[in-house]
Design a protein around this ligand. Structure first.
Ligand SMILES: Cc1cc2nc3c(=O)[nH]c(=O)nc-3n(C[C@H](O)[C@H](O)[C@H](O)COP(=O)(O)OP(=O)(O)OC[C@H]3O[C@@H](n4cnc5c(N)ncnc54)[C@H](O)[C@@H]3O)c2cc1C
Length: 531
């Protein structure tokens, strides 16, 4: 079937929903989301959203902290814009109903996290993302101009050139006309035509074996954009969260950075506090430093995990400040008020993504990328904690302002007849093990060889292996009828290859990208590894 809408938004996390609520003032909004509405990284964010809201803090300090964390390659103009737009965007979230904690005196209660020189994290204890997602969804579901279609997975973008249509008003430029979207239940693939398409599909954590990310994080937006010819950048900068709960039954449970911010100390199995040996900021060092320190400790000691200890703080404080972490750990038999928490690093955040300008535009007309899918220049070589929720809401506003300007021209556009999806000679896949096995192979390869500390030889080896695996996936894609699992496998195979290509191109160690062969930083680094 062919559907027509003004704005097609792919993904229902903070980025997509924030844009949807604004765009509904202009036209009809259709959101497609591949699982349930709440299935997103946003829903899991614990720490909060970074923003200058205290008289003792300043934009200059937030900008400086972001630039330091970004290891010299942030786009300073973008950093400044994002930081200075922060207070207005947090006020909008409050107006929508996000219950950020206040200090009882009319101000927000601001938390502190690693890499921040001031208390500037607006939070709803450790359920911040859950509260943001719930408030945004409540607003979107009550808007008559927004339709949210669950269990609809975008497969590929629709391009004017491939549809045999003239491109855009700017001659020679490619133009996005929407996307092919599969309905998970019927497996039917529909054509969604749109005046503006927003990629807000989140991150890429599932490319790695161990991750804090939810299952949806398979880099679909980045993969679709790359296949369509959009520029992607800085995919070598994968942030590994230093503290993921280590327990055989726990799946992807993150212990927030805020635990260290509130005095939590990292210790080894013998009780030795080790962070001061790696960084003068000790336990408040940035994530990359802490993750690398833990990686070194584990490789040296052969232990399964290190420990994060906050048990010296009053039990009542711990239970109030970290209710979700407290109850989840307790469900695994760990009482964090009286014992340390076993933790390991895990893939957490993709700093790179679809390259956009300061308005969220990609190099394909009428295609925007927002949130974790985008590479805006804010994070540079390493994202500062809690800057990603901020980036998502700020760039939703930027993209909206850009669309608003073009709207008189856009709204007059006619509906075109676009090609329907053709399955060719494809047959039903009878043995799903083909997909699950290849999926596991890719994720383990990436974990073992393209993790926190990298080496050129290993990267080249992975590249060879991935080339074979990608050929297999290509065959499955042509031979078998598409399923959501196959769509995701195709995307993680591409993302893995793009991450390795990017890592091989950056011949230095900077921020999250640590190469044993090139331990120093270059004097004149490229700010963007563009593929
Ligand atoms: C455990 C955890 C804790 C975090 N804590 C913080 C924090 O405290 N502060 C902070 O700033 N950041 C935090 N982050 C990072 C932050 O949560 C994410 O970067 C941010 O929420 C991303 O928002 P998003 O809207 O870009 O993507 P998401 O919230 O991940 O949403 C992506 C959406 O796209 C959909 N989707 C994906 N592919 C397709 C497809 N092909 N078709 C249709 N739909 C698709 C998904 O189903 C989902 O609805 C945390 C991340 C994790 C995992």
């Amino acid at each position: 079937m062919q559907f027509e809408t003004d704005f097609l938004i792919i993904g229902s996390g903070i980025a997509g929903l924030s844009f949807a609520l604004k765009a509904a003032a202009l036209g009809r909004v259709t959101m497609v989301t591949k699982k349930g509405q709440v299935d997103s990284a946003t829903n899991r964010a614990q720490g909060g959203i970074a923003c200058v809201l205290d008289a003792a803090d300043s934009f200059a300090d937030h900008v400086r902290d972001t630039l330091i964390s970004g290891a010299g390659i942030c786009d300073e103009r973008v950093v400044r814009m994002v930081v200075e737009s922060g207070p207005a965007r947090v006020r909008e979230l409050l107006e929508i109903g996000v219950p950020f904690e206040n200090d009882g005196r009319g101000h927000l209660d601001l938390g502190r996290e690693g890499g921040h020189s001031a208390r500037r994290i607006a939070h709803a204890y450790d359920l911040t993302g859950h509260e943001i997602e719930a408030s945004l969804l409540a607003a979107a579901n009550s808007s008559p101009d927004i339709t949210i279609l669950e269990n609809h997975i975008a497969v590929d973008l629709l391009l004017a050139s491939r549809a045999g249509l003239a491109s855009s008003s700017r001659p020679g430029d490619e133009r996005c006309l929407g996307a092919y979207v599969q309905e998970a239940e019927t497996l039917e693939i529909h054509t969604f035509q749109a005046k503006v398409t927003i990629l807000s599909t989140g991150g890429t954590g599932k490319v790695y074996l161990y991750t804090t990310n939810p299952d949806i994080a398979t880099g679909d937006g980045i993969a679709m954009a790359h296949r369509a010819g959009a520029r992607v950048a800085n995919l070598e900068f994968v942030q590994f969260h230093p503290t993921c709960l280590y327990h055989p039954k726990a799946k992807n449970f993150l212990i927030s950075e805020a635990v260290r911010g509130e005095g939590g100390r990292l210790i080894d199995a013998r009780g030795r506090a080790f962070m001061a040996e790696y960084d003068p900021r000790g336990d408040l060092a940035t994530r990359d430093m802490v993750a690398r320190a833990i990686d070194t400790e584990l490789k040296t000691s052969g232990d399964d995990s290190v420990f994060l200890d906050i048990s010296h703080k009053p039990a009542a404080f711990i239970k109030k400040r970290f209710p979700h972490i407290y109850s989840t750990c307790l469900s695994y038999g760990i009482d964090i008020t009286s014992e340390p928490i076993p933790v390991v690093p895990a893939a957490h955040y993709m700093c790179g993504g679809v390259r956009t300008d300061i308005m969220g535009r990609t190099n394909i007309n009428f295609l925007y990328a927002l949130g974790e899918t985008a590479c805006t220049g804010l994070h540079g070589g390493n994202r500062l904690a809690s800057n990603s929720l901020l980036e998502a809401v700020v760039f939703a506003e930027q993209a909206f302002q850009d669309c608003k300007k073009m709207w008189p021209e856009l709204r007059a556009q006619k509906v075109l007849s676009l090609p329907v999806w053709s399955a060719g000679q494809a047959e039903k896949l009878e043995e799903c093990v083909l997909i699950s096995h290849t999926w596991d192979q890719i994720r383990r390869l990436m974990w073992d060889y393209v993790g926190i500390v990298r080496r050129e030889k290993r990267l080249l080896l992975v590249q060879e292996n991935l080339a074979i695996l990608q050929q297999q996936v290509k065959r499955y894609y042509h031979d078998y009828l598409l399923t959501p699992d196959l769509v995701e496998l195709r995307n993680i195979a591409l993302l893995a290859d793009l991450i390795v290509q990017s890592a091989l191109r950056r011949k230095e160690s900077r921020g999250l990208h640590f190469m044993l062969d090139y331990p120093a930083m270059l004097d004149n680094p490229t700010p963007f590894t563009v593929l």
